[in-house]
Design a protein around this ligand. Structure first.
Ligand code: CUA
Length: 181
């Protein structure tokens, strides 16, 4: 039997794919590799130059400690209620707290335009996604971690916080509110 007809593991089958790669193939493999390297280099470059990474400070926190901290914050600066959720107006420059839980954002924040705050985000139960609408601003809200973000509300208005991480049956109902005046 001639080797070109054999199809077993003992006799190599006839074919072309182990011949040296053609010129064009080598060229495209090289281009793809160089492009991979460019994209890879852009990750650290964008981290430092792109200004797209938030100035957040992450630290560990027990969910029940965070909930207690949010409650203290609410009791201190509560000015009213909105559909049963407390509305909180914290003083400029202060630490403000927002809790994600199945299925609401707690409390409603009333902030001042052009003023510094440190926004602490965390979850009481599972992962939620903080998405400020209509501003395209997104953060993961993770139980066990306090994400402290330095923020300055840059425009006034009535904003919604949408949950963009699937968190169960009422995920779509998880809408919060931030008012900037
Ligand atoms: Cu919270 Cu989806």
């Amino acid at each position: 039997m001639d080797a070109s007809e054999a199809h077993s593991a003992i006799v190599s089958p006839a074919g072309v794919w182990w011949r040296p790669a053609g010129k064009q193939e080598k060229l495209w493999v090289s281009i793809a590799f160089v492009w991979c390297m460019v994209l890879f280099a852009m990750m650290p470059l964008w981290h430092f130059k792109g200004g797209q990474n938030p100035s957040g400070v992450r630290s560990r926190v027990e969910p029940r400690d965070f909930i207690a901290r949010v409650e203290r914050f609410v009791n201190e600066y509560k000015i009213g209620e909105d559909n049963g959720v407390p509305v909180v107006a914290p003083p400029p420059g202060s630490d403000i707290y927002l809790l994600g839980q199945m299925w609401r954002w707690y409390p409603v924040l009333r902030l001042k335009e052009g003023v510094h705050y440190t926004l602490h985000l965390s979850s009481a139960d599972i992962n939620h996604g903080f998405s400020l609408f209509p501003v395209n601003l997104n953060f993961q809200v993770v139980p066990g971690y306090d994400y402290g973000l330095k923020i300055v509300p840059s425009r006034s208005g009535d904003f919604r916080i949408v949950c963009n991480e699937f968190c169960g049956i009422n995920h779509h109902m998880m809408v919060g509110k931030v008012v900037v005046e």
